[in-house]
Design a protein around this ligand. Structure first.
Ligand code: FAD
Length: 117
């Protein structure tokens, strides 16, 4: 692998991790403001993502598969599906989304400190 390819893969890996972990902690009953925050985050993420070509693909995908913000499960399933679309395009294995909520542990302990729960 070229060093630049390695950097791009590392960036992708950590970015996906952050995304999936964020979505797995998105509220079950989000307020309209929380839904708007998530939509806005994803929109800005697609614009600011440092690999320009990747962001471009991502923005195209967002048009076809808009972010789902109605609850934690929908948001997480959305993240898993779009990651799978990228996996497919890059010739990688398709991930099983059925345990997506358990697969990403933020290491932030119980949920009792989450006001929105
Ligand atoms: P990654 O795809 O990074 O996945 C990391 C880990 O997440 C996997 O090991 C697995 O445990 C888990 N995982 C895999 N699939 C899923 C899923 N569907 N849901 C949940 N968890 C899963 N690279 C390019 O070369 N061209 C691009 O156009 C491109 N676009 C990208 C767009 C975005 C928005 C992002 C975040 C990354 C993009 N990348 C792109 C990087 C690419 O997706 C990979 O991150 C990179 O190739 C490293 O792959 P990897 O095999 O380490 O696994």
């Amino acid at each position: 692998k070229m060093p630049s390819e390695e950097a791009r893969a590392e960036l992708g890996k950590s970015s996906w991790r952050l995304l999936h972990t964020m979505l797995s902690r998105f509220p079950d009953n989000p307020t309209l403001e929380q839904e708007e925050d998530l939509r806005e985050f994803i929109r800005l993420f697609s614009i600011l993502y440092p690999c320009g070509e990747c962001g471009e693909h991502f923005r195209e995908m967002l048009k076809k598969y808009p972010i789902q913000t109605s609850n934690r499960k929908s948001a997480s399933m959305w993240g898993c599906s779009v990651h799978n679309i990228v996996n497919k395009r890059l010739g990688k294995e398709i991930y099983d989304c059925s345990t997506i909520l358990e697969d990403y542990d933020c290491g932030c302990g119980g949920e009792e400190d989450e006001e929105e729960e």
